[in-house]
Design a protein around this ligand. Structure first.
Ligand SMILES: *Cc1c(COP(=O)(O)O)cnc(C)c1O
Length: 492
């Protein structure tokens, strides 16, 4: 396939590109020479992107059970909301009085996320899950530092954690202490008790954890950490199993992030844009980054609404900054249009819809787990939450068929592979998350295909390493693709 830079001819163009409406660009920031952009006709653009879309597998193409990533359907009404001119034409430097609608979205979104998580305050600024983790850890650091408690340098992370957890803790300047999981993939309480002390800044935990199980000792876990003087961070990237059912704030967590681009139906894949809001308890709110959107009702007691010229208290929003803010982690209000999409999603579902989505996600995962059981080996044979993990360790040993082989063979049947080789505590792992947006027929068909592929791997194990046969790319050198990606076009 040709790159778009190799297509077209000078002078060709199309009406597809939206007009640039921003009048805020400083003259000093303007290019001296025009940017070298491809000049292509509408037909060429249209064909080019259609061809690109055909080369990839998206949620609109077929089943996408990529565990931990929550590849649910992205309702098109969210796109319509995000395309409203009032949202697309606004500028973050615009006068607050002209941005009341956008501020209302931000304020109400924060309120809804606080309600869903059981937290008191929220920032929508972080642009991704890992970015939210980093932000939350800086809040923990600010809390200890402001109390003069400077010896708390350690963050405890269970070995089942998502890889971003230890990475974020290290980036925020903490030392990472790993603790082992018990036989059920949950936190080993004895190991935790041994690990905590007066150098513990906090614990980072995902619950349900990365093997799809809800930790039954969660209240005890947060109690142990608090008793040692640490804070509890909840990785809420995938809230799909518990939203509207259970709340991290009630489990004893102090701060957390959510991935709007997983649980709350904002599109993802391909590197963004995402949104990873951070919600926290009251005592951490004074450290939050970014602007705080306030209404007259939420103004601190010391300020009088009339000082701000506020007459209609219900409907006027103002912005301020938290007293001891850690500073901005991103420009302005975060990825605003991603927030609008998820805002629309939450309003569409409502209180009942949110919990129905969660129960549907758990039901679908258990349905599929039971369909595969007895053929695929379950890493943990218990009722799962929104995802479950199978292990191909025995197949690998007995006939050399790996999790990768199975995953690649699924591609030929129009199924995106599950997450592979994660969590690290399970060998030859495939992590499967069907999500609530799949029908029973789709699940039945997927189960049939998973079983067929496994059978094929028993009958012709030697052929398994050649799949996929039908995909545009077969088996790329994944190390080279990750380490030496070519992301720029060089013109000869
Ligand atoms: C996806 C995920 C993250 C990271 O989110 P990004 O937006 O990719 O940075 C963190 N933790 C868990 C459990 C996740 O599934």
């Amino acid at each position: 396939m040709k790159l778009i830079f190799e297509m077209g001819a000078p002078g060709r163009g199309s009406e597809l590109v939206p007009e640039c409406r921003s009048s805020y660009v400083l003259n000093t920031a303007l290019r001296e020479k025009p940017l070298h952009l491809p000049e292509v006709s509408e037909t060429e653009i249209s064909r080019h992107y259609t061809e690109l879309a055909k080369q990839a597998h998206g949620v609109n193409d077929g089943f996408y059970p990529l565990g931990s990533c929550t590849m649910k359907y992205n309702p098109k009404v969210n796109e319509e909301a995000a395309a409203l001119p009032g949202f697309t034409g606004i500028h973050p430097l615009q006068d607050v009085d002209d941005a009341q609608g956008a501020l209302e979205v931000l304020s109400k979104m924060e309120d809804m996320l606080c309600e869903i998580t059981g937290m008191d305050a929220c920032t929508l600024q972080p642009a991704a899950g890992a970015h939210g983790e980093f932000t939350g850890l800086l809040l923990i650091k600010a809390y200890h530092t402001n109390r003069g408690d400077r010896n708390r340098t350690k963050i405890i992370v269970p070995d089942s954690a998502h890889g971003t957890n230890p990475a974020s803790a290290a980036m925020a300047g903490f030392d990472v202490v790993n603790i082992a999981s018990d036989d059920h993939g949950c936190v080993d309480l004895d190991a935790l008790k041994k690990a905590v002390g007066d150098d513990t800044a906090g614990l980072m935990l995902t619950n349900p954890n990365t093997v799809g199980l809800f930790d039954p000792n969660i209240a005890e876990v947060t109690r142990i950490v608090h008793e040692a003087g640490g804070l509890c961070y909840y990785d809420g990237a995938n809230l799909n199993a518990i939203m509207g059912i259970a709340r991290p704030g009630d489990m004893g967590f102090d701060v957390m992030h959510l991935n709007l681009h997983k649980t709350f139906a904002a599109p993802h894949g391909g590197g963004g844009p995402g949104s990873g809001p951070v919600a926290c308890k009251d005592f951490l709110a004074e450290y939050l980054p970014g602007i705080r959107v306030l209404t007259a009702n939420t103004l601190p007691d010391a300020v009088c609404a009339s000082d701000f010229g506020i007459t209609d208290q219900e409907n006027h929003y103002i912005v301020s900054r938290a007293d001891r803010s850690i500073g901005d982690v991103r420009s302005f209000c975060g990825n605003f249009l991603v927030i609008v999409r998820s805002f629309c999603y939450i309003l569409t579902l409502g209180r009942e819809g949110i919990s129905e989505a969660a129960t549907g996600a758990v039901l679908n995962a258990n349905y599929m787990m039971h369909g595969l059981k007895g053929h695929y080996r379950m890493a943990y044979d218990r009722v799962c939450m929104h995802e479950f993990v199978v292990t191909l360790e025995q197949e690998k040993q007995e006939r050399g068929v790996s999790a990768l082989d199975i995953a690649k063979a699924l591609l030929d049947h129009g199924i995106h592979p599950p997450t592979m080789y994660f969590p690290l505590i399970v060998h030859e792992a495939l992590m499967i998350e069907p999500t609530e947006t799949e029908s029973r027929e789709t699940l039945d068909e997927a189960i049939r295909i998973f079983l067929d592929v496994l059978k094929q791997s028993e009958e012709t194990p030697d052929e398994m390493s050649q799949y996929p046969l039908a995909a545009p790319i077969r088996r790329p050198d994944e190390v080279a693709a990750a380490r030496k990606p070519i992301v720029r076009y060089f013109r000869e």
